[in-house]
Design a protein around this ligand. Structure first.
Ligand SMILES: *[C@@H]1O[C@H](CO)[C@@H](O)[C@H](O)[C@H]1NC(C)=O
Length: 294
């Protein structure tokens, strides 16, 4: 629910006129942090059920496979969504711990020397991280749009244990196989994170109704006037906020006055509504000429 509300606030528009907005929405870092909390929960939920495919390979004398790879623990230490550029946010997650287990098997063969074995293994990754940029934009109908780009990942110390087998043979492939698991996991995690932004969040914001009916004959135009902007104080979204005839769609002949600056960040969000919105509504309600002709 919160995700729906807040992500739908990541809004922007195509009609980039120089008009003043009828409605201004400012989301403070406290408000953005709610999105972050929800996003972190969703990432964890998706990461825990991630499938990691078998890792098979061969070296000069050894053929190996790691299979039944299961995520036993995924813990996201710290997640934050903050300003990145004037029109984008960055989502950073750090101190990710990941414990994995599975089964291994190998076949070793050198001249007439042959060994084969199998067993279980555990790998614990610590201090993994990812960072992604969230571009804020608008679509052609003045609805908000969000897009993820540049997923960057990192990792920290890795510990692993293989039960059974011959140590000197395990040494031939263990590091390489674990690296394969790590790459798979990190790539999958980036896909999960990008999907959350590009699909889930985008679907939410693009479902925003930018023209909301008001009675039978009027509608409020909530299209965005400009790209949402991000400052250290707020994520700011300016909506047109004009009342239009539902069918004629002619606009009021004057524009809104500008809003005073607001640097307050103690609340989660601020909404300013200009007199203009009420004025345009009043004009429509009293414009009898127009009422007669429709
Ligand atoms: C990894 O962590 C698990 C607990 O989640 C523990 O049982 C296991 O022994 C650890 N493995 C290594 C290699 O440290």
């Amino acid at each position: 629910m919160w995700l729906l509300i807040i992500f739908s606030l990541f809004i922007f528009s195509k009609c980039l006129s120089a008009r003043n907005p009828g409605i201004r929405l400012q989301i403070t870092p406290r408000g953005i942090n709610i999105v972050n909390t929800v996003a972190a929960v969703l990432v964890s939920k998706n990461a825990k059920t991630m499938k990691i495919t078998n890792q098979a390979g061969r070296d000069i004398n050894v053929e190996y496979e790691l299979k039944d790879i299961k995520i036993k623990k995924f813990q996201l230490g710290k997640s934050s969504i903050t300003r990145y550029t004037a029109n984008s946010l960055k989502w950073t997650a750090e101190n990710i711990d990941l414990d994995i287990d599975g089964q291994y098997q190998y076949k070793y063969r050198r001249f007439s020397v042959k060994y084969s074995d199998k067993g279980s293994f555990t790998v614990n990754f610590s201090k993994m991280a990812f960072k992604i940029q969230i571009q804020l934009g608008t679509d052609s109908s003045g609805r908000p749009a969000v897009r993820a780009s540049q997923c960057v990942h990192a990792y920290g110390p890795i510990k692993y244990v293989f039960h059974g087998g011959k140590d000197w043979i395990l040494k031939l492939f263990a590091e390489k196989a674990i690296q394969g698991i790590r790459n798979k996991f990190q790539n999958n995690l980036c896909v999960i994170v990008k999907t959350l932004v590009d699909k889930n969040a985008q679907r939410t914001v693009s479902n925003v109704n930018v023209k909301i009916p008001l009675g039978n004959s009027m509608m409020v135009d909530y299209r965005l006037l400009s790209y949402p902007s991000v400052s250290t104080y707020h994520l700011e979204v300016d909506f047109k906020g004009t009342v239009l005839w539902r069918y004629g769609q002619t606009e009021a002949p004057y524009s809104a006055a500008s809003f005073p600056s607001n640097y307050d960040t103690t609340k989660m969000a601020y909404i300013a509504i200009s007199d203009y919105l009420f004025n345009t509504m009043f004009i429509k309600l009293t414009d009898t000429t127009c009422l007669c002709s429709t």
